[in-house]
Design a protein around this ligand. Structure first.
Ligand code: CO
Length: 215
């Protein structure tokens, strides 16, 4: 693990050499363009690097990360990533990946003010409010936080499905699946929450746009 700023460059050179050793055309091929089948919306947490934990290479996953892997429908950065990946790169799978022990989710469970991030965490507090009965019934703090992490991922999956971008893809007959995953920092295992949505027939009706109106 790099310990100093200079170590980053040393690490980079070693990585380049290792890649070239296994595939001399690795960078040449990447330079031609990207066609990743996956968009990954994950947490900024340094312990959850999308490529590394899925054993994939550069070029395979388009990535957006923010604190607590949130899909906030007024977030221009997230919307731009989503629009570009769905409509230009034509990804087939959008993945929301949360992780147990997420500092953002745990902070959202409490009442301590941590600065400007309070405003971001408020979106996660909404998730708690939706699921208060289930979460309040869990006495163990860690078990409650773990379930909150899962419920937060599930809500973000549904929030993705509510965007005009995803609905438009479905209206146009495109194959696009939205998945919810949780990563366990303590053992490295990635878990499918089995909440995959493949079309708007699986959604609550209030959020579904009429066909032909979606632009
Ligand atoms: Co996190």
């Amino acid at each position: 693990m790099p310990k100093s700023y200079q170590n980053l460059f040393e690490g980079n050179r070693n990585w380049v050499n290792a890649k070239l050793e296994s595939d001399p055309a690795f960078f040449e091929n990447l330079s031609k363009g990207q066609k990743p089948p996956f968009l990954w919306i994950g947490c900024s947490d340094s312990r959850v690097p999308a490529n590394e934990i899925t054993n994939t290479d550069p070029g395979e996953i388009f990535v957006h990360r923010n604190i607590a892997n949130m899909v906030v429908h007024t977030d221009m950065s997230m919307l731009s990533v989503l629009d570009y990946s769905v409509n230009v790169l034509e990804v087939r799978h959008v993945i929301v990946c949360g992780h147990y022990g997420c500092g953002g989710v745990i902070a959202a469970m409490g009442n301590k003010s941590v600065g400007i991030i309070d405003n971001w965490l408020r979106h996660i507090k909404d998730v708690y409010r939706f699921h208060r009965d289930e979460l309040d019934a869990i006495n163990d703090d860690k078990a409650r936080a773990d379930r909150f992490v899962e419920l937060n991922v599930i809500e973000q999956v549904y929030d993705l499905c509510k965007t005009s971008i995803v609905q438009n893809a479905w209206a146009n007959g495109r194959f696009l699946q939205v998945h919810g995953l949780v990563y366990d920092v303590a053992n490295g295992i990635l878990k499918d929450l089995h909440v995959t949505v493949s079309g708007d027939s699986e959604m609550e009706k209030i959020y579904v746009f009429d066909k032909g109106i979606v632009k």
